[in-house]
Each structure stands twice: as C-alpha cells, then as structure tokens.
Design a protein around this ligand. Structure first.
Ligand SMILES: [Zn+2]
Length: 182
C-alpha cells in the first residue's frame, strides 16, 4: 500500500441499524458482513480500525431536526453486535455529521502517520459524505467501497457516491478492491 491506511466505520449504531430503530436504515443491515470482512482483514494486516460514532447529549440541538438518537449511555448509541469494536480499535465520538468536526479524528490519523482512509457505514449521503468531504479537503487519500456504505434510498446512495467521485475526487471502489488495498 502507498500510505498507511485506516478503515473508518461510521454510525453503525443500533439506533440506525436495528429493525425498528428510531432512525432505521434497513440497507445498513446488508453491509454488516462486508464491514466485518474488511475490519477483520484490516486488523490482521495491522491497519487501524476507527469507529466514528454519533454520541449525543439528551438535549442535543440536532434533535430539533431528527428524533432523539444515539444518546450517550443508551443501547441505541452502541455499535451493532456483529461488528463491535475490538482490542486495539479506536472509537471517536462525534456530535455532527462530519466525523472531523470538533473531534480528535484528524489528530489520531496524523499521529499514526495514516494518509489513506477507507470509509464504511451510514448514511452514504449524510455522515459518510460530510466525513469524506473533510478527509479529502485535509489531504487524505479517500476510498469508499460502495458495498460497505448504505442509505435510506438507492437514489440518495447513488447521488452521494457520484458527488464524492466527481466533486471530491474520492475513489469509489468495492469490497474486493478495498481488501486488496490493505
Ligand atoms: Zn446524530
């Protein structure tokens, strides 16, 4: 690999992924096996796995736009069981769509000399998009396996992938290519 790579897992939390969840993304369940394969492979190759997770205060202003979700300390704020963080992984809590905004994510990546990130998780057109945008503008080499991200509709998913490729210069790849790049 050209640069040290990290795999980011964004918002794969019970409040987004579980059946009947408050902000359910049904297609988010379909990408769990792919994210599991990618994170397992990353760990075995010594690549860092970073979970970037919504973690809200009960009175977060975001709840004027969305119903309360991922409230810190509740089970809804936990990563879904099959892909729980493991020893050696890093968990970054975020308040906004952008995983870099007001968090230690950039510092964690820089201090480990990581220049490339592979983004996975939900939603393709919201938190993945905003995090990918900042990663790209900060100079990281960004790749997104299209079968490791999901949204509530195919239209929004495809629009965001297209936008990230055309406007941000992000590499849109698939799981196989992501595995090969580790
Ligand atoms: Zn949120």
């Amino acid at each position: 690999m050209a640069a040290r790579t990290a795999v980011l897992v964004i918002d794969m939390l019970k409040d987004f992924i579980e059946e009947g969840a408050v902000l359910e993304v049904p297609k988010g369940r379909e990408i769990i096996p792919n994210i599991k394969r990618l994170t397992d492979e990353a760990r075995s190759k010594g690549a860092l796995v970073i979970y970037v997770c919504d973690s809200h205060d009960p009175n977060d202003p975001e709840f004027s736009k969305w119903p309360p979700h991922a409230v810190e300390g509740t089970s809804g704020a936990e990563v879904v069981d099959p892909i729980k963080p493991q020893k050696g992984d890093v968990v970054v809590k975020k308040l906004k769509y952008d995983g870099f905004l007001g968090t230690t994510l950039d510092l964690i990546l820089r201090s480990r000399k990581i220049g490339a990130v592979i983004l996975t998780g939900v939603l393709t057109n919201i938190c993945v998009l905003y995090t990918a945008s900042t990663a790209s503008m900060l100079g990281y080499d960004v790749a997104i396996p299209r079968d490791c991200v999901a949204s509530t509709s195919d239209e929004e998913h495809e629009w965001a992938l297209h936008h990230m490729k055309d406007i941000l210069g992000i590499k849109i790849i698939n799981l196989r290519e992501a595995l090969a790049s580790l």
